[in-house]
Each structure stands twice: as C-alpha cells, then as structure tokens.
Design a protein around this ligand. Structure first.
Ligand SMILES: Nc1ncnc2c1ncn2[C@@H]1O[C@H](COP(=O)(O)OP(=O)(O)OP(=O)(O)O)[C@@H](O)[C@H]1O
Ligand SMILES: [Mg+2]
Length: 245
C-alpha cells in the first residue's frame, strides 16, 4: 500500500493545524504517527480517513486521488476502519451488535452474514464470552478490542487507530497492543497514532514525526528512533523516553 499526501493544509479559523504536510509512505506494514500534543496527529488521521476535507492539497491511496466531495467520501470511508481513543462503541448495543449492525447498515451484509462475522471475530480474539455484554459491562481493554474487531469486520484496506490505548492501564494496554500486532502480522495495513514508543519503534516499520502541523521526519521507525535528525524529534524522544527502562 502507498499513502501520499501533497501540500495538505487544514485550518481551523485563524489557526493552521496542518501546514503543507507531505507524506510518501509505501510498502509499509504499519506507520506510527508520533508527535507532541496539539501537533495535528488526529487531524491528519481524520483527513486520511475522509472524515475531514483539507483546505488545500491532495491525498492519494495506492495512486488513486481521494475525492473529498461528500458523495465520494462515503465510498472512501467504507474502505477505512477507524478506532478512537475511547468510547467508540454504541453504548446501548451489545458487543456483538456493535460489530454486526454496521455491517448490515453501512456495508449491506445480510443480518445472518453479519452475525456470523461478528461471532467469528469475537471468537478469534477470545471475546466470545462478552458477545452479549454492553460497553458499560466491559473493561476498558475489552471495549477497545471490540472496537478494533468492529473496525476490521468489513475488511478495510486501511485501519486508522488514534491512541487506542491511551485510556488504559499497562496490562490492558498490552492486551490491545497484542491484538493490533496480530492484525499486522495478518497483513492489515494501518496508521497508528500512539504514545507507546516501544510499540511504535518495534511493531511499526515506518514512522512519521509531526510537530506544529508539519512532518519533520519520516522513514523507517528504527532510524527515527535511533538517529533523530531534528532538534524537535530529539527533544520529543528525550521527553517521552525519559522514564522508559
Ligand atoms: N474541530 C476543531 N476546531 C478547532 N480547532 C481544532 C479542531 N480540531 C483540532 N483543533 C486544533 O488543532 C490542533 C491540532 O489538534 P489535533 O487534535 O489534531 O492534535 P493531536 O496531535 O491529535 O493532539 P493530542 O496528542 O493531544 O491528541 C489543536 O490546536 C486543536 O486545538
Ligand atoms: Mg489526538
């Protein structure tokens, strides 16, 4: 898969949040998107997923230009899975319904087919005993894993994850990261915004460093982490790795 962005600009009022962002990531398994708070990471992810149209610039996925007109975006969004930080699940639906109903209503599957897919995914990730629980009856880690199962159920070509573990304690974080890692091994292409630097470094083959709305470094994550070139990335890594053993 190849993701290209050229001169992407996003403004909110007077504030420029993405400033001439250029990306060319190809042949990746997983891209880690890292950078300080307020850098524009979530905004960039929303543009890639077609949830937000940029004010200028273009995005190409596998060479095909994303058409940001409302009509065309629906099709683009169907090919992308989204996982957010928290509270992604519909609170009034069970785990199984959370996975199955979008397959029926957004992806046009039959209810039987959708239920089967949901069952298979819940079983695969050892969540079958939670199928009939609602989000408030599940732990934070279970919530996130079901959210991930829901995102991959329609077999998206690209999975976008926005800090999927930031609301979790370390043990649950490990569970969720294990699941994401398993999906990578399975060939699921993804871009993940994460503050888990160990995961970004070891589980993601490429990385992008975004600061103040600009991509300051991009490349193999091993290189970014071991040989940061810009003072901004050097400073960022010093800060986030300070207490990492
Ligand atoms: N809908 C919006 N309206 C106005 N300003 C926004 C909107 N969304 C984001 N911003 C602003 O854009 C900037 C970038 O926000 P964004 O959420 O993309 O940052 P981030 O890198 O994801 O930060 P964090 O690590 O804290 O999640 C911030 O200054 C934020 O206040
Ligand atoms: Mg964010």
């Amino acid at each position: 898969m190849r993701i290209e962005c050229r001169d992407l600009n996003v403004r909110f009022g007077a504030q420029t949040v993405l400033d001439a962002v250029g990306i060319d990531a190809s042949d990746f398994r997983a891209v880690a998107l890292i950078g300080p708070s307020g850098a524009g990471k979530s905004t960039l992810l929303r543009v890639l997923g077609g949830l937000l149209a940029p004010d200028a610039g273009e995005v190409r996925i596998d060479g095909q230009r994303v058409d940001f007109s409302e009509r065309a975006l629906l099709a683009h969004r169907r090919g992308v899975g989204f996982v957010f930080q928290t509270r992604g699940l519909f609170p009034h639906l069970t785990a199984e319904q959370n996975i199955a109903l979008p397959l029926v209503h957004v992806h046009g599957q039959s209810p039987e087919q959708a239920r089967e897919t949901a069952h298979a995914l819940l079983a695969r990730f050892s969540l079958d005993q939670d199928a009939h629980k609602r989000p408030y009856e599940l732990s934070g880690g279970q919530n996130q894993r079901i959210g991930i199962a829901r995102a991959i159920a329609p077999r998206p070509r690209l999975l976008l994850l926005d800090e999927p573990t930031s609301a979790l304690d370390p043990e649950l974080t490990a569970e969720v990261l294990d699941m994401i890692h398993e999906l990578q091994a399975d060939g699921q292409r993804m871009v993940i915004v994460t503050h888990e630097m160990g995961f970004a470094r070891r589980a993601c083959d490429q990385a992008l460093f975004l600061a103040d709305g600009r991509i300051l470094e991009a490349g193999a994550s091993a290189d970014l982490f071991s040989r940061p070139r810009t003072p901004q990335l050097q400073g960022f890594l010093r800060k986030v790795l300070e207490w990492v053993p």
